[in-house]
Ligand binder design. Structure first.
Ligand code: THU
Length: 136
């Protein structure tokens, strides 16, 4: 699957965002080494703290279906009125980066997209230096 196709999956995932409190709609699409793609959206709560980010939703869906090896994640998001024309690349939060570190090596690819044609590719090693790595 191309980066552009993965971003298209993230755009579809974002349509499912449940974000009445922040108005940020975020979508993620996680490409597993098996070739399967898992979509995730952010899911908020009236008590705020149970909020789950789009990236972790995608990871937890994949892990709970038995996937353990991951290639790339595409992320797209923004404020409600900017969802068709993002103004910023939406990078994963620290908690999501730690979850990625649990399951991915430093070469795991993270695509932050404004659109399917405008995106940046980073590696987990770049976004999570000096990380606490899992016990293997
Ligand atoms: N959010 C994500 O979905 N991913 C991130 O990496 C950062 C934040 C969501 C959580 C919340 O619903 C909204 O964006 C505002 O923080």
């Amino acid at each position: 699957m191309s980066d552009k196709e993965l971003i298209q999956e993230a755009i579809k995932a974002r349509e499912m965002s449940y974000s009445p409190y922040s108005d940020y709609k975020v979508g993620a699409a996680l490409l597993c080494k098996s070739g399967e793609v898992f979509r995730g959206c952010n899911i908020e709560s009236a008590t705020y703290s149970p909020t789950n980010c789009a990236e972790r939703t995608a990871f937890f869906k994949a892990i709970s279906e038995g996937e353990r090896e991951f290639e790339t994640i595409a992320i797209i998001g923004g404020k409600d009125n900017e969802t068709t024309d993002e103004k910023t690349y939406f990078y994963p939060c620290g908690v999501c980066r730690q979850v990625m570190t649990e399951f991915c090596g430093g070469d795991f690819r993270i695509i932050t997209a404004k659109s399917e044609d405008d995106f940046i590719v980073s590696t987990l090693a770049e976004l999570m230096p000096h990380s606490i790595v899992p016990k293997k």
